[in-house]
Structures are given as structure tokens and as C-alpha cells.
Design a protein around this ligand. Structure first.
Ligand SMILES: C[S@@+](CC[C@H](N)C(=O)[O-])C[C@H]1O[C@@H](n2cnc3c(N)ncnc32)[C@H](O)[C@@H]1O
Length: 405
């Protein structure tokens, strides 16, 4: 239940606020609430000394990635998510309100960070501008190829902030989207930005009882580490394999049981499609098996994942069961309506899978940093051996060099 707060404002502040309300196309309450959250965000800016690395959480949703990267020892220095209800859940769990529309954010204002993390929405790239330039014999850069898409925003942040590494996550279909063109442009753009790129489709059922295939794209900064970088997705599967009964609640409110009307409709729909030779229909998840992929549309009828019940119509999953199906801990607060919660968990990620990849990236960065440091020591030793002190400014160093020669 939302609490009410009565605040007395000066006339000038009130006028400014109501003006801001109109221009932002949101309610006065939204504006004030957002301002308070921003104020609180600004209080928690310090990076703790024990943080293994820093990261930013783009297209943050409810913070599935944040949870994963924090579990791997990371500290989040910036987040962006424009959906009001996702922002609410994020704030309830992390005490931080993500910034809104990323397309409006100046990349130079984003804090420095080691790893950029983004589960960006998949959009087609417009071919028009690209093909014209190509036909004129000019190679196109990511600015031309990705303009107007959210992936472009990921690229411009990578270009400005040059984190040591990044991890992007998307649906498996990204690879075949627009007949493979979208994925090709993504890989080319990341390569052009001088990142060594690795990718793999991984199924979340290695960690949770859900078949959920996602492509994970990881990159490391070649400008910093050179191009001799190896990386493999050696994830540690959970043993024994998780099954549906592990995530089911003992006592479930009868409101989650399908009505006779909906259940009759779903059975009729499935029978019609079966007769037509295609397998669309509801899915009953077996207690000792895994479920289908939880989607953001689950709130509509829940038909993709139903639980059979003795002597009753099947039921849909509760929001808490959806959270568990994505590997969220039970301490994760669900403060929004069931409809919003279903949307949010359906849009989110398999947290332990992302955490596993986060650990792999973190280990790789530690290894690469150690190698780069070692290289720097060797270089300094060699320069010192020929009488050049690297710590002195360039002109003086040149003079020293002349002296040595
Ligand atoms: C696939 S979801 C990512 C969910 C997230 N990984 C999680 O664990 O909840 C993509 C998110 O991007 C957000 N989004 C889309 N366009 C945006 C924009 N222009 N600025 C900020 N967020 C945006 C959507 O609201 C959605 O929550």
C-alpha cells in the first residue's frame, strides 16, 4: 500500500514543479517520487573497497543482471530502465531508482565502470542508409548501421567509456533475426569498436527448471588487452538438475486456478491446432520436469506453464514461483500487482546463469589485468636498462633518449 506524505512547498518551487510535470508528460506524483529517489541515489555513490569490479546495468528491468553481478562481487555504479513499474521493483530491492530513457542520456555523464551489462531489446536495423553508402563505395561504421536502435546506445556508451568488458543478453532468435543481418551488424559493430567478441546460446535449465535459451555476447577491450584473448563459456551446471517441484509453493491461493471458461477454451484451442498439425497450445509442466519459457505475456492466461491439480482445473504459477523459475531468491521483494510481476519476471533473466557468466568475465579480467601489469613491468625494465625513465614527461624522455644514443 502506497504511503502518503504531505510536503509544504514555496510558491516558486510549486510552479516549477507543475511546469516540469507538463513537460515530462507524467503525473506530479511521478515527478516528486522520481526526484526523491534520485536524491537517495546520490547518497550512495561510494564504491566499497571490497568490490571486485564496477558495472553498469542497462535496460535493467527489475535488476536480474544486477543481482547476478552483485553476487559475483561487483558494485553497480549506474542503472537505466524507463518502465515505471520495473523502476518500482528495482527501487524496492536495490534502494536505487534507475535513470529513464537511455536514448536521452549523455554517455559522458555515465560513471566509469569495468563491465557494461545490457539485455537490450532486439530491433531490426534500417538498411536504407547503409546500402546507399555501401553503393557509394564507403564502408559504414556502427553509427550508420545501428542509428535509431537501442543497440546504437550500447555502442555509443562503449565508445565513450571503454569498459574493460561487456556482457549483452538477448533472445536466441537474435541470431536469425532479419535473416541473420541483425546479428551480423551487432558483431561487426562490436569488432569495429575494438572489442574481442565471444558468444554462445545457453539454456537456463542448467540452473533452473525452465527451458530458456538466450544468446550471451561477451567482449573484452582489445585496446587495453591486445587481441590475444581467449574466453569460453565454461558454466557450472547445477547438480542434481533442478525440477519443477523444487520451485512450487505448498499453499496456493485458489485465484490462480483456471476458471472453467478459460480451461475449456484452452483445451478447445489446443485440439483445433493439433488437428491442423501444429503443436500450439497450453503446456502442463511436470513436477519432475522443466517448464517451457516464461514469457512477458504470461499474465494473459498463463497457458504456456500450467500446473496440474488433483480434482481441479490446472493453475497458473504464482508470481513468487515465476521469480523462483528465474532463479531469484525468496528475499526478492515483489511490490507490484500480479500482472506487472508476471510481465517483469517474464522479461527478466535466469539469475544464476548470468551470475556464472559474470564470474567467468571477472576471472578473465583479473587474468588480463595481471598479464597487462606484467607486460608494463617488463617494458619499464627494458626502458630503464637503456636509460629511459618513463616517469618523466615526453620531451625530457626524448632528451634522455638522445643522451643514451
Ligand atoms: C528484456 S528487458 C531486460 C530485463 C532485465 N534484464 C531484467 O533482469 O529484468 C528490456 C528492458 O529494457 C527497457 N527499455 C526499453 N527501452 C528503453 C529505453 N529507451 N530506456 C531505458 N529502458 C528501456 C524495457 O522497459 C525492459 O524492461
Amino acid at each position: 500500500m502506497a504511503k502518503q506524505l504531505h510536503v509544504r512547498l514555496d510558491d516558486a518551487v510549486y510552479e516549477a514543479l507543475t511546469g516540469c510535470n507538463t513537460s515530462e508528460n507524467s503525473s506530479l506524483q511521478d515527478v516528486v517520487s522520481s526526484a526523491i529517489m534520485q536524491y537517495i541515489n546520490n547518497q550512495n555513490k561510494e564504491v566499497p573497497e571490497n568490490a571486485n569490479f564496477t558495472f553498469i546495468d542497462l535496460f535493467a528491468g527489475i535488476g536480474g543482471m544486477r543481482l547476478a553481478y552483485e553476487n559475483a562481487g561487483g558494485h553497480c555504479v549506474y542503472s537505466s530502465e524507463w518502465n515505471k513499474y520495473s523502476q518500482q521493483t528495482y527501487f524496492a530491492n536495490f534502494g536505487e531508482q534507475p535513470e529513464g530513457d537511455i536514448t536521452k542520456v549523455d554517455e559522458n555523464e555515465i560513471p566509469d565502470h569495468d563491465i557494461l551489462v545490457a539485455g537490450f531489446p532486439c530491433q531490426p536495423f534500417s538498411i536504407a542508409g547503409v546500402s546507399k553508402k555501401q553503393s557509394m563505395g564507403r564502408a559504414t561504421g556502427f553509427e550508420d548501421k545501428t542509428q535509431g536502435t537501442l543497440f546504437f546506445d550500447v555502442c555509443r556508451i562503449l565508445k565513450a567509456k571503454r569498459p574493460k568488458a561487456f556482457m549483452l543478453e538477448n533472445v536466441k532468435n537474435l541470431c536469425s533475426h532479419d535473416r541473420g543481418r541483425t546479428f551480423k551488424v551487432i558483431c561487426e559493430s562490436l569488432d569495429e569498436l575494438d572489442y574481442e567478441v565471444f558468444y554462445q546460446v545457453i539454456d537456463g535449465q542448467a540452473f533452473v527448471p525452465q527451458h530458456r535459451e538466450r544468446i550471451i555476447i561477451v567482449g573484452f577491450d582489445r585496446k587495453r588487452y591486445g587481441s590475444d584473448i581467449g574466453f569460453s563459456f565454461d558454466i557450472n551446471k547445477v547438480e542434481p538438475k533442478p525440477v519443477m517441484r523444487d520451485i512450487l509453493e505448498k499453499e496456493v491461493d485458489p485465484k490462480y486456478t483456471l476458471s472453467d471458461k478459460l480451461w475449456t477454451y484452452l483445451q478447445g484451442y489446443a485440439a483445433k491446432h493439433k488437428a491442423a498439425g501444429n503443436g500450439f497450445g497450453y503446456g502442463i509442466a511436470e513436477p519432475d520436469g522443466v517448464s517451457r519459457t516464461l514469457s512477458a505475456r504470461y499474465y494473459k492466461d498463463g497457458s504456456e506453464i500450467l500446473i496440474a491439480q488433483e480434482g481441479k482445473n490446472p493453475r497458473r504459477l504464482t508470481p513468487r514461483e515465476c521469480a523462483r523459475l528465474q532463479g531469484f531468491p525468496d528475499t526478492f521483494k515483489i511490490t507490484v500487482s500480479d500482472t506487472q510481476a508476471y510481465r517483469q519476471f517474464g522479461n527478466s533473466v535466469v539469475v544464476p546463469l548470468m551470475g556464472n557468466v559474470a564470474q567467468l568475465i571477472c576471472s578473465k579480467i583479473t587474468e588480463l589485468d595481471a598479464a597487462a601489469e606484467q607486460l608494463a613491468v617488463v617494458k619499464t625494465e627494458k626502458l630503464t636498462a637503456v636509460g629511459i625513465d618513463e616517469t618523466v614527461p615526453e620531451v625530457a624522455a626524448h632528451e634522455q633518449m638522445q643522451a643514451v644514443v
